[in-house]
Design a protein. Structure first.
Length: 189
């Protein structure tokens, strides 16, 4: 941890001339991202897409077959109403067929669900990257306009989940300016 702090301080001291006040600023990227209308829409779409998986014809058919399978199983195990020999044999054959059908449909649905979830996640990542790129672009422009040499995100974490900015005192925060800039350039529907 000390090594990381030494590297960061060494980097910062090489950027800022001796005796000058560091020109660091902060922008809370996570806060911006989570409140953007595009993020809200993306999350809503993702939820709808996930719900649509369970409404797909494969899911509906699987639920129907599972219900039939459970009904047959209950009929075979009902000690209060035992089946006649012929009826029991017929029910056992139906039960085995439904069991096989259930397993086949479960496997088919499992593959379908995995594929759809992967597509949904890929679309979400693509949308997130686009939005984050816009946040970074606006942040860079505003930081340059104010003459800040370093712009940090205090909401970000390192790979070891330690906050990237461990301490800050009176650093300018341009978050609200970035939000305003993004609102002014957002295309209205």
């Amino acid at each position: 941890m000390r090594f990381l702090a030494t590297i960061i301080l060494g980097f910062a001291s090489s950027i800022v001339p001796l005796g000058a006040n560091p020109e660091f600023a902060m922008v809370r990227v996570r806060d911006i991202f989570s409140t953007l209308p595009s993020t809200v829409q993306m999350e809503k779409k993702m939820k709808e897409d996930i719900e649509a998986i369970m409404k797909d014809k494969r899911a509906v058919k699987l639920r129907e077959v599972v219900t039939d399978f459970q009904r047959l199983e209950a009929s075979l195990n009902d000690e209060k109403k035992p089946l006649e020999k012929d009826e029991k044999e017929k029910t056992v054959r139906l039960f085995e067929a439904k069991k096989q059908e259930t397993e086949t449909l479960q496997e088919d649905f499992k593959k379908f669900k995995a594929q759809r979830e992967m597509e949904i996640n890929q679309n979400m990542v693509k949308a997130m990257r686009q939005t984050l790129s816009e946040i970074v672009e606006h942040s860079q422009k505003i930081a340059a306009k104010h003459g800040y040499r370093v712009l940090l995100d205090p909401t970000g974490n390192t790979n070891s989940t330690v906050p990237f900015v461990i301490y800050q005192k009176n650093s300018p925060d341009i978050t609200e300016e970035v939000v305003a800039a993004m609102k002014s350039t957002t295309k209205q529907p």
